[in-house]
Design a protein around this ligand. Structure first.
Ligand SMILES: *Cc1c(COP(=O)(O)O)cnc(C)c1O
Length: 495
């Protein structure tokens, strides 16, 4: 299996899977995509259905990551998805709630679905260094507004030949998120708050990546910079696994008949999670429609319904902050698949020059063949959290609620119901104040007070790892100015 950039048009250079995992982004600014989509036959699905999650993962990863051995992938999957990191029974339980099946992807160490990829990706990177003959160690730089930073820290902690430095805006993350990062364990991790907002952190990281003097200084220390963000292929391919696995589980439970397709609803920000679902479908997994659920930042809803991607619009801060995005990077991969590299490149150029592009009618038709899209405003998000709790005693987080609301709109649209899997992306306790507010309760100022209040109201226990945080000692307390970030990275490299 080889990989090419979404933006290379003539005789694209081909890369191996280990190279793309190490590099993250293609040199021309495009994203890596596989040159062919492997096929999941019904026989293979039957065989996978009999295996535990980690073995399913090793099989599916092996279809794309062909320069890793099955033993290596199985070892990585067992390390990533075993107990105590995930529940011993299964890392991805499915709960039937009302008319839908909720695929809970947040039982990992940081209580958000990003663990599904970030628990295994560090192992893949560590092995990629050996496979590509890289003699230097990787230094991962992350700017975070909360969820990604903690999930990356937890994934990379104590992974050989890798270090990780996370920057977050000191006043731009919740109390619980800050505590999650400040208490992180591991000999190879560093966490630094910065004075400023998320953009300052992000710009600081970008400046470090594009500074040749930094590359040179780190090279002299035997290190190179790498990233952990969601456009890395190494984050995407582990996300295919849980869709295949969920299908197997539903089939095993007798909830899907032979050959019966399921619709899948995904709360979407960067289009990574739903694109992984799209790959699973193209591999042959029986999936009907993929339903793209957005919050008030409904740029993808507009795009899928009209073919116009227009980011010249108001940015809203919502109660589902991990979906507050106006540039959904992974959409580029879908455009490459549907429209080919020339058009894909042109759309991306138009987006960066004018903030808008429009796809041709045939491309739009191809998008709509596979996807439907709905959005949910703040009031509807809160109403959905409340409704699911009152009707089914199911406590949903605010991101998942956006997807539940989209499922409902789709049922109304198709005038009926069909097997529907909804991706549940975070524990409600990760967003305790918003969930408590949605239930119509008074919201205490402190995040941990809100967590306790939510426990009391709902009688649903909070994940221990969140509840126990409050009493843990902070390990990282440094706060620096954005112009001091380079020094912080160099000092960490010397440690
Ligand atoms: C990151 C995130 C999303 C969005 O996922 P994408 O892959 O960016 O579309 C949704 N919900 C939660 C809780 C997240 O952390």
């Amino acid at each position: 299996m080889k990989f090419v950039s979404t933006r290379s048009t003539i005789e694209p250079k081909e890369y191996t899977s280990a190279e793309v995992i190490k590099m993250g982004l293609a040199p021309d600014g495009g994203l890596f995509v596989p040159t062919e989509i492997p096929v999941l036959t019904p026989e293979m699905l039957d065989r996978l259905a009999k295996l535990p999650y980690a073995e399913r993962a090793a099989e599916i990863l092996g279809m794309y990551l062909t320069d890793y051995t099955h033993e290596e992938l199985l070892q990585a999957a067992n390390a990533a998805y075993g107990a105590p990191k995930f529940p011993a029974e299964t890392p991805t339980p499915i709960k039937k709630v009302g008319d839908v099946d909720l695929l809970e992807l947040w039982h990992g160490p940081t209580s958000a679905f990003k663990d599904m990829a970030l628990q295994i990706m560090p192992h893949l990177l560590s092995m990629a260094l050996a496979k590509t003959g890289e003699t230097r160690d990787a230094l991962i730089l992350v700017a975070t507004s909360g969820d990604t930073g903690k999930a990356a820290l937890e994934g990379y902690a104590d992974v050989p030949r890798v270090r990780i430095q996370v920057f977050y805006p000191t006043d731009g993350v919740s109390r619980i998120q800050k505590k999650q990062m400040a208490t992180q364990q591991g000999a190879n991790v560093n966490v630094t708050a910065i004075y400023g907002n998320f953009d300052d952190a992000q710009n600081g990281v970008k400046a470090i990546f594009s500074d040749p003097a930094m590359a040179e200084a780190l090279d002299a220390k035997g290190m190179f910079l790498s990233s952990a963000n969601s456009i890395n292929w190494g984050r995407l391919v582990p996300q295919i696994v849980y869709y295949v696995s969920a299908y197997c589980d539903l089939k095993n439970a007798g909830r899907l008949a032979d050959g019966e397709a399921m619709n899948v609803v995904v709360p979407t920000g960067n289009f990574g999670n739903i694109f992984a679902c799209c790959l699973a479908k193209r591999m042959g997994l029986p999936i009907g429609k993929m339903i793209c659920a957005s919050n008030q930042n409904n740029i993808l809803t507009d795009f899928i319904n009209t073919g116009v991607y227009d980011k010249r619009r108001t940015f809203y801060q919502t109660v589902s902050p991990s979906m507050d995005i106006l540039i959904s990077s992974n959409l580029e991969r879908l455009l490459w698949l549907l429209a080919g590299p020339e058009k894909c490149r042109r759309y991306m150029e138009e987006l960066s020059a004018n903030g808008i592009y429009t796809v041709e009618p045939d491309v739009l038709a191809a998008v709509q063949e596979e996807f439907a899209a709905y959005f949910c405003d703040e009031a509807m998000t809160a109403k959905t959290v409340k409704e699911y709790f009152e009707t089914y005693k199911y406590l949903s987080d605010t991101h998942t609620a956006v997807a539940l609301a989209a499922a409902k709109q789709h049922f109304r649209h198709i005038d009926g119901k069909c097997a529907t899997l909804v991706a549940s992306t975070a524990s409600p306790y990760k967003f305790s104040p918003a969930v408590l507010g949605a239930l119509g309760k008074e919201v205490p100022e402190d995040g941990f007070d809100a967590l306790r209040a939510l426990q009391k109201v709902s009688s649903v226990p909070a994940p221990e790892r969140l509840a126990n945080l409050e009493t843990q000692e902070d390990r990282f307390t440094a706060v620096v100015r954005p112009d001091e970030m380079k020094e912080a990275v160099l000092a960490f490299a010397d440690m």
